[in-house]
Design a protein around this ligand. Structure first.
Ligand code: SF4
Length: 390
């Protein structure tokens, strides 16, 4: 399979979005955030280009404004006020970055560098993972720094950066391009332009191996889902930025009620009654538990085994006991009786324990076991929410 970090990330966020975007190739307008990010990235590339001189700050800011205006022509409906907010925010980020990072202070080896990482799978296939690295600097003898610019507001923790999947891939990409590089001399940095903050980390061989296995696992998952044409939507706060929301099975009913091919009025009645009954049921459950507390206290205080109401209905107190066996003894007895097979039946696999053990295994062993996972049962459940969507 030929794919990219961004495709894998889309799949992990929501398989349904992956289907719309990558498999069905449904064109969707890019969000203002995405257009803004592209304009800023393009400007950062321009900042470090020199022919022979580096551009001045004014030229860089002019370049950004032009880029942003061109990007706006490719979208529609963004309020004038909002476009200005974005532009000011971009210019502010660029100015701050330039002040702290004059381009002539760095030995930039490449910007917007296209790469491909080859990932051989145990089944003999080789997958290709392609992408673009924002910037690569030489920072010492045989030492490199990979820099990825972020325009998001969210500043992750150091721990999150230490295991960042995208940066691990970039590390693998740089090693493929320059195989002689010492893996321990590659620094990985995320530069958060909004905060003018850089968070760096390194990668151990074990971390890179884990990334490789995680990527292969995701690719296998995509292949499986493609065979079954099963791309479930995963509803999250990212839906608010998803261009496919109006056609997504998790949301489209909200937008297109009148176009559904079933009796909408009948559904609305069913939903109304469902929530009413559910509301009463959960209130009843809570009240029943309170009443049980009152009754139990009364029975204990009066040392009673049964209590009766005025009609003769009654409640009894029962002690329920659960026992567990001493399995060493059970094995001893069964084996002594020549019933070794019966003992083996008792030892039948325990899924919960396996899940716990999997967490402790090496990525390679885990992937090997997980490749033998088969779907045992599938059923539909309805879950409900009484928190209205905005
Ligand atoms: S709206 Fe949400 S659930 Fe639907 S495709 Fe987009 S991200 Fe997935």
């Amino acid at each position: 399979m030929r794919t990219s970090y961004s495709n894998l990330n889309t799949f992990k966020q929501c398989p349904q979005k992956f289907k719309f975007q990558i498999i069905d190739k449904i064109k969707a307008p890019r969000s203002p955030e995405a257009l803004f990010g592209s304009s800023v990235h393009e400007t950062m590339k321009f900042m470090f280009s020199h022919d022979p001189l580096f551009p001045t700050l004014d030229e860089i800011l002019g370049h950004f404004s032009e880029n942003w205006k061109a990007a706006l022509n490719r979208t529609s409906g963004l309020a004038q006020e909002l476009t200005q907010i974005y532009e000011e925010s971009g210019r502010g980020m660029i100015k701050n970055f330039y002040k702290n990072n004059p381009p002539w202070n760095f030995s930039v080896v490449d910007t917007e560098s296209h790469f491909e990482v080859l990932l051989p799978d145990a089944n003999g296939q080789t997958h290709i993972l392609a992408g673009i690295i924002d910037r690569v600097d030489k920072i010492g003898d045989g030492e490199y720094e990979i820099i990825d610019y972020k325009t998001s507001r969210r500043l992750p923790s150091q721990e999150a950066v230490d295991v960042d999947f995208q940066m691990s891939l970039y590390h693998m990409a740089l090693l493929r391009r320059w195989p002689g590089t010492d893996p321990a001399k590659i620094k990985l940095s995320l530069y958060f332009l909004k905060h003018n903050e850089k968070i760096s980390s390194m990668r151990s061989n074990a971390a890179l191996e884990a990334t490789r296995e995680a990527v292969l696992k995701t690719i296998r998952d995509i292949e499986q889902k493609t065979i079954k044409n099963d791309f479930p939507p995963i509803v999250s706060k990212l839906c608010d930025y998803c261009p496919y929301k109006r056609i997504c099975p998790a949301w489209k009913h909200l937008y297109k009620k009148e176009e559904q091919n079933f009796d909408e009025a009948k559904l609305q009645e069913a939903l109304k009654e469902y929530f009413e009954i559910k509301g009463v049921a959960s209130k009843n459950e809570a009240r029943l538990s309170e009443l049980q507390g009152v009754i139990k206290s009364y029975m204990e205080a009066n040392k009673l085994e049964r209590v009766f109401d005025e009609r003769g209905y009654y409640i009894s107190k029962k002690i329920q006991q659960r026992f567990k066996y001493d399995f060493d003894k059970v094995r001893e007895i069964l084996t002594a009786a020549g019933l070794e097979n019966e003992w083996q039946k008792i030892l039948e696999a325990d899924e919960k324990k396996l899940k716990l053990i999997l967490k402790t295994l090496s990525p390679a062993l885990r992937a090997q076991i997980e490749s033998h996972r088969v779907l045992a049962k599938e059923f539909i459940v309805l879950t409900s929410s009484t928190k209205p969507v905005k």
